[in-house]
Ligand binder design. Structure first.
Ligand code: HEM
Length: 183
């Protein structure tokens, strides 16, 4: 959709996907940190399974989100945003969107390199994307870990901006993403 004909509001599907993705990622990141720092055992295996399954779900939701953006467009930045805030919010939103694809793909690739099956909620198993390789696993695992922490930092700044707009500026920026709002 071109810049000139941007819709006045986010589509309902974009709003719902935003909040479902937010819930998933707010479980996936602490779960990922917890599972790598806990004792081996059945509980750790379960958290690994949930981490991978919800990670795959996030990837599918990101695909649907991009399709919804193409079909319905996205509203122009809120009027209250200064030029600097517009640039910062676009940079954070695009980085987070890219990470919603990159993180699951890195997770899938590294799990393939480690030769562990990725079972998605016990429903089906993903194919392996590459042969077993310890050095490749080590490199991908480091990238997955560091980008995970970068994503956590971006999410904290995103939540901080939402809190600032809601309670300090009171300009209705957060309301635009609420499924109950019409704009
Ligand atoms: C949005 C999606 C995802 C996010 C934000 C995410 C984030 C993270 C984070 C923060 C960690 C902890 C890193 C550390 O403390 O070193 C982690 C670990 C891990 N993640 Fe993910 N992850 C995602 C998707 C996936 C997927 C789809 C898979 C597999 C199919 C996966 C497999 C793993 C594995 C196996 C670990 C353990 C650490 C390792 O072996 O290096 N992740 N993830």
């Amino acid at each position: 959709m071109s810049e000139q004909i941007r819709p006045p509001a986010y589509s309902p599907i974009s709003k719902w996907i935003h909040w479902i993705t937010a819930l998933c990622v707010l479980g996936i990141i602490p779960g990922g940190i917890l599972m790598t720092h806990m004792e081996e055992g059945p509980l750790q295996d379960q958290i690994f399974d949930m981490h991978r399954s919800f990670g795959v779900l996030v990837f599918v939701l990101a695909l649907v989100r991009v399709m919804a953006r193409k079909m319905f467009g996205t509203p122009a930045p809120h009027d209250s945003l200064k030029p600097f805030e517009r640039r910062a919010s676009v940079a954070v939103h695009h980085s987070l969107l890219a990470l919603l694809f990159v993180m699951p793909l890195l997770g899938w690739l590294m799990t393939s390199a480690y030769r562990v099956d990725v079972s998605v909620f016990g429903l089906f198993t993903l194919p392996h994307l590459m042969p077993k390789s310890e050095p490749v696993y080590d490199a991908l695992s480091a990238a997955h870990g560091w980008l995970g922490y970068l994503m956590a930092a971006l999410i904290l700044s995103h939540i901080g901006a939402a809190i600032m707009h809601t309670f300090i500026k009171r300009d209705g920026v957060l309301q635009r993403m609420l499924p109950t709002s019409g704009d």
